[in-house]
Design a protein around this ligand. Structure first.
Ligand code: ADP
Ligand code: MG
Length: 328
């Protein structure tokens, strides 16, 4: 028994975290070496208001008196250190409380997310600058033409309007990406929401010589969606389908009570691109932002729905959205 006990002490002393055994009365009964060097344990009374002491007191209290196993993260702003405190009640009364310093671990996690965020901001800034320059150049040249040949103003004013619209859509994409998503859900007939977007897009399709066939299999049932956001999703998919199509082809939109799909006969997607399709800034277009599908997925996720893609290069692509399986 003695050998066994010496072994246990050696094992506990070898761990870097503090291990403390607390008796049924809340007094420290035993502890390993790490607990000794960490003066916090030997500080009289656990009620001291330092964050670590406070966590220790609460975790031991829960373990000893409520017999519940809890853990707490304690951060001390004065020293910028963080600990994880865990308490496990013992069947015989009392508890074992362990303390591990996780300062370095937490610092690395913070650093990693900071670096990731910076990289995203960098990508985003470059994309914004790039995307804004083209329409601005168009607007400036149109303005110059009007100055030189005022009689042609009609045509160039149209160009300015079109470029301004592009800039507007661009701002929408970027803001949608940057903002945390807050849904504004209400009862809507999906056929109405998607149908409206189709009619808005129809003139653009006509100009490009691409057909747009919309099929509703709905019965007037309503589902809870954010109308504007869901319209954006449909708009992004219809825009992509149009951009992938050539004149003479047709895009099919099928809407059911809880789901809809957009099918084109266009270029299709290279299988190698599929894993990155929904990532921000992934685009194969000279004037793309790569935010359309990323935003669409964000919106569908927030609705608890699913977005899937099925594509054959050279044959076409279908994007399917399921928002509510129960009404589908
Ligand atoms: P963007 O349209 O600005 O490029 P998206 O996020 O909308 O950004 O789309 C990302 C990429 O996915 C596109 O650049 C394109 O390569 C591919 N893609 C999306 N929809 C289709 C589609 N219907 N047919 C073919 N490729 C598509
Ligand atoms: Mg797009």
């Amino acid at each position: 028994r003695d050998v066994y006990k010496r072994q246990m002490v050696a094992v506990l002393d070898s761990v870097s975290g503090a291990v403390v055994v607390i008796g049924p009365d809340g007094e420290v009964e035993n502890h390993n070496r790490a607990a000794e060097t960490a003066q916090f344990l030997l500080a009289p009374g656990l009620a001291n208001l330092q964050p670590l002491q406070r966590a220790l007191a609460q975790v031991s209290e829960a373990a000893v008196h409520q017999h519940s196993q809890t853990s707490q993260r304690a951060f001390d702003p004065a020293t910028d250190r963080t600990w994880l405190v865990e308490g496990v009640p013992l069947a015989s009364g009392g508890a074992v409380v362990t303390v591990q310093e996780i300062t370095e671990h937490e610092r690395q996690i913070r650093e990693l997310s900071r670096v990731k965020r910076l990289a995203e901001i960098g990508q985003m800034t470059a994309a914004i600058a790039h995307e804004i320059r083209n329409p601005l150049t168009g607007i400036r040249s149109a303005a110059q033409m009007i100055r030189q040949h005022p009689e042609t103003s009609g045509e160039f004013i149209g160009m300015i309007e079109e470029e301004a619209l592009k800039l507007n859509a661009l701002c929408d994409d970027f803001l949608e990406f940057a903002r945390p998503l807050q849904l504004n859900r209400d009862d809507h007939d999906l056929a109405e929401v998607v149908g409206r977007v189709c009619e808005l897009m129809r003139p653009t399709y006509q100009v490009s010589g691409v057909g747009l066939l919309v099929e509703f299999t709905t019965d007037g049932r309503r589902i809870r969606v954010d109308e504007r956001r869901m319209g954006q999703v449909a708009h992004n998919l219809l825009r992509n389908a149009l951009q992938a199509s050539t004149p003479g082809q047709t895009v099919f939109v099928r809407v059911r009570p809880g789901d809809f799909e957009v099918e084109d006969q266009g270029t299709g997607i290279d299988p190698a691109d599929l894993p990155r399709l929904f990532s921000p800034f992934f685009t194969t277009k000279a004037d793309g932002t790569g935010l359309g599908l990323c935003n669409a997925r964000k919106i569908i996720d927030a609705h608890g729905g699913e977005i899937a893609v099925d594509s054959t290069p050279g044959r076409g692509t279908t994007f399917s959205i399921v928002i509510d399986r129960n009404v589908a």
